[in-house]
Ligand binder design. Structure first.
Ligand code: LYS
Length: 861
């Protein structure tokens, strides 16, 4: 018997080993002769010795899957033989001082299913280079600290030829682009295809007219208006709020159907997953519109935070991503409702980042080592990274933040910077010592914050004291967690609901620390961690009455929502653990809130949302109870049905009153009304036998309502006819068909989920090599908590089978989706054994990618 073993275990890259590259680049010239199977890439790179690395050095360049045709140094041929990962020209073959390196390589874009480097999507050429895709295009120091101006010539019979920077010349079958701003290779982009442009323009505040274009396939032009409008608002906002202007004559966005991630901020040429560009009322939901607005802004904002100032190495990824997520969150708050956006962001942070931080994949916001950097585009780097910026801003104040950012842009423009640089800017601008704050970047794990209270009545008024204790559980590779500085925003209310202490930020720096509030007439009710001022788990026993009080009176909208959320969670946990009955006072408190017409409908919709089954599983595991997925599902359904009955009258009224008159508009106010209406529908659907959902499905003129109605029907075990009708109507629209796949799996009954998924995987439209389609089906299965964890193990097996199948085709997406198993240690022995077996099976797959190898090994560790 032959047992295949991995001959070389992939080796990690470490932050501690960083060294500057021995050369600088003055100019990079590229010529592309495009051909689907045999594209030629000609490069001329002008190198100079880098004074930061004195002495003579070999010229080592990265390169993967490249066929080297010829290489020259200063015009003279050199014989160089590439290895698996690149090309080395020995130091003694290099001239002293500056020299030109030229190469001609051949690549096969049509065979590139990994979607990294130059590949084809729907007949067009496009690129994705972050993080290390450029090395699949040509030999190059493919690292972010090597920056150069690029000149690009594209030769192709495709009608539209695009690259970074400004267009400089074009003719029949060719075009040339020049990007004057030095950039690292990961920001390189090229697009060639049969595309049409939706055009507009933006004049910057200093009077530069910028031509804007969104490039799509013919037929998609009428779905670009929202993205374009979002872009113009983002450009204006960055000028108004951060003083940042755009710096080229053109800004191009291209929509592609095959894309591993959401979008990419290539200089002057953003490339987007088409689902984050194309939207019309009939095809996109309110959530899609909101997401498009924020991702368009995110990529645009990268022009300053990412491109003009980039990262020294990939360990510093949060420098650009955390900051840019923070900026796009602020933008959305200004465009829509700030409290609603904050709640949505925290929901997502807890669902994805807390889950990551509490499991085997936990890593610091700035990791110390990686095997495959693509595995670190995580909720921790992005979303927790953004939370750190928010905390910094709270600690130094709005003014201090503004000064620090101005200094950051002034000091580091044109550079590849580090977290140390970033923190130094804040220290210099505000005079604050941030040594302790830095632990937020270097230490993984979610701190737990315990709160104790004390009340001492007195003649001069009483003194109320809050004592906090922080503790961060160990994470992989980090056992000891010294205390961090935690900004805790608190407010105090008196028993009749008046605020006696407006929001005040307490700075906790010790492991255990007390804060006293003297001179109070009565014992106050505290509102702690307002606005979710730090990404921590608040551990506080508080009474039912206090929560209902805060739900009714808290002036901080986040904590008002949080009070309701924790009430619902506690009701559910005691129903699950102790077989308790649903709580009538909880239902009454909820009824008061959702019928309060002074409150924003979007906020009320969020208050109606129950904690997810995954949240409940985590909460149980945290409390030392092994979660039983079926039971969680049944109990949560039970509570929802109970609430539907208790609140029926109110919900019916809401459902009727919140109807939005046509025509559909994606604005925040209308979306909020729809969200509340559809939340009401979700409850009523449990007691009206699908009547409302069926009629809404029949009459809806927009995707928000059709998709929600269809989800309700499937939830109720109905909708076969509607599922078929939906398919018939949308079978030519890939993005809508993604929803069709996802809805059926996400809303399948737990014991049917794997079967439904397996049946859909046989559907001719299941184009599994397309990441959106793969994620639609498989992501929905992983998100169906009780279905994924069904005790038959069918979903685990099915999911692992597909990961094994996708891995050789697209390692990045496979690795990312393997994180569905990250919570495996929460569950009972039987499930753990099944998941461990599947993970083991994946890890033993011959020629497994290092992407997936790393993920599965970490999950199993
Ligand atoms: N920088 C991109 C963003 O805006 C993501 C690139 C993903 C690379 N694997 O988030």
């Amino acid at each position: 018997m032959v047992i295949s073993v991995k001959d070389s275990t992939p080796q990690p890259t470490r932050l501690a080993d960083y060294q500057p590259y021995p050369f600088r680049i003055e100019k990079t010239d590229l010529t592309f002769r495009l051909d689907p199977k045999a594209t030629r890439v000609l490069s001329r790179i002008r190198f100079h010795p880098n004074p930061a690395r004195p002495g003579r050095h070999d010229l080592r360049m990265d390169g993967e899957r490249l066929r080297l045709i010829a290489a020259r140094i200063d015009g003279a041929p050199v014989t160089a033989r590439p290895d698996e990962t690149g090309l080395t020209i020995p130091a003694d073959a290099l001239p002293d001082g500056a020299f030109d390196f030229e190469a001609e390589v051949e690549i096969d874009p049509s065979a590139n299913t990994a979607l990294e480097g130059l590949y084809m999507s729907g007949g067009m050429y496009c690129t994705q280079c972050e993080a290390e895709g450029f090395r699949r295009i040509t030999f190059y120091p493919d690292r972010p600290d090597v920056m150069a101006p690029f000149h690009v010539r594209i030769e192709s019979d495709m009608p539209v030829l695009l690259s970074n920077g400004n267009p400089v010349a074009q003719g029949e079958g060719w075009a040339e682009w020049d990007d004057p701003w030095p950039k690292p290779s990961y920001l390189f982009a090229l697009v060639a295809g049969d595309l049409v442009a939706v055009r507009d323009s933006f004049t910057t505040r200093s009077g530069r007219k910028v031509d804007l274009a969104i490039w799509v396939r013919a037929g998609d032009e009428d779905r670009c208006a929202y993205a374009m409008d979002s872009l113009k608002r983002a450009m204006k906002w960055d000028e108004d709020v951060y003083g940042r202007e755009y710096d080229l004559d053109v800004f191009n966005i291209v929509a592609v159907d095959d894309f591993n991630m959401g979008a990419m901020e290539n200089k002057g040429l953003n490339i987007f997953n088409s689902k984050l560009v194309l939207a019309s009322p009939e095809t996109a939901t309110d959530a899609d519109f909101e997401r498009i607005e924020s991702v368009i802004a995110h990529e645009y904002f990268h022009n300053w935070t990412g491109n003009r100032i980039t990262c020294r190495d990939w360990f510093q990824l949060c420098l650009k991503e955390g900051l840019t997520v923070f900026r796009d969150q602020e933008f959305t708050k200004d465009m829509r409702s700030a409290p609603v956006k904050r709640i949505e962001d925290v929901l997502m942070l807890r669902a994805r980042q807390f889950r990551e931080d509490m499991g085997p994949l936990a890593h610091p916001v700035r990791p110390e080592s990686y095997i495959e950097i693509n595995n670190f585009y995580t909720a921790t780097v992005y979303e927790k990274g953004a939370e750190l910026i928010g905390m910094l801003k709270l600690l130094v104040g709005d003014e201090g933040y503004r000064r620090a950012l101005d200094l950051y842009f002034e000091r580091h423009d044109g550079q590849a910077a580090t977290i140390e640089d970033w923190l130094k800017v804040f220290e210099d601008a505000t005079g604050r010592d941030l040594a302790q704050f830095k632990r937020w970047y270097t230490d993984a794990g979610t701190p737990r914050l315990k709160v104790e209270e004390d009340w001492q009545p007195g003649d001069q008024g009483g003194t109320y004291t809050l004592t906090f204790t922080q503790h961060t559980p160990p994470t992989p590779g980090q056992d000891e967690k010294p205390p961090r500085v935690i900004p805790i925003a608190v407010g105090l209310l008196n028993p009749n609901g008046d605020e006696i202490l407006p929001t005040t930020v307490l700075e906790m720096t010790e492991e255990r620390q007390s804060f006293s509030f003297p001179g109070l007439a009565t014992r106050p009710v505290p509102s702690i961690l307002r606005g979710f001022s730090a990404p921590v788990v608040l551990e506080r026993e508080s009474s039912f009455d206090e929560r209902t009080f805060l739900l009714a009176h808290d002036t901080d909208p986040f904590n008002r929502w949080e009070a309701g959320r924790s009430l619902a969670r506690d009701v559910l946990l005691s129903m699950i653990r102790d077989d308790a009955a649903p709580s009538e006072p909880h239902a009454q408190a909820l009824a008061r809130l959702v019928t309060d017409d002074t409150l924003d409908p979007a906020f009320r919709a969020l208050c109606l949302r129950l904690p997810s089954e995954d949240d409940l599983a985590q909460a149980l595991a945290d409390a030392g109870t092994t979660p039983e997925p079926e039971r969680i599902h049944t109990v949560r359904e039970g509570l929802a049905t109970y609430l539907a009955r208790q609140l029926q009258k109110d919900l019916v009224r809401i459902y009727e009153e919140m109807e939005t008159p046509p025509p559909y508009s994606p604005d925040a106010a209308s979306a909020g009304r729809r969200a509340l209406r559809l939340a009401a529908l979700g409850y009523l659907n449990r007691i009206d036998h699908g009547a409302r959902a069926a009629s809404l499905f029949a009459s809806a003129d927009n995707m928000t309502e059709s998709a929600a109605a269809l989800a309700c029907l499937i939830d109720g075990g109905r909708g076969a006819r509607e599922i078929a009708a939906f398919y018939e109507r949308w079978k030519d629209n890939r993005l809508v068909i993604d929803k069709w796949f996802a809805l059926q799996v996400a809303h399948a009954q737990p014991d049917m989920a794997a079967q439904v998924a397996a049946r859909l995987a046989e559907h001719p439209d299941f184009e599994w090599k397309n990441p959106n389609r793969f994620r639609a089906l498989m992501g929905a299965l992983a998100a169906n908590h009780a279905g994924f964890h069904h005790i038959s193990g069918a979903a685990y097996r099915f999911y692992a089978d597909w990961l094994i199948r996708l891995d050789p085709v697209n390692p990045q997406t496979t690795a990312r989706m393997s994180a569905a198993f990250e919570t495996w240690t929460r569950y009972d022995a039987e499930r753990r054994a099944m998941i461990r077996a599947e993970l083991g099976r994946i890890r033993q797959t011959p020629d497994l990618s290092r992407d997936t190898f790393e993920m599965v090994s970490r999950i199993l560790a």
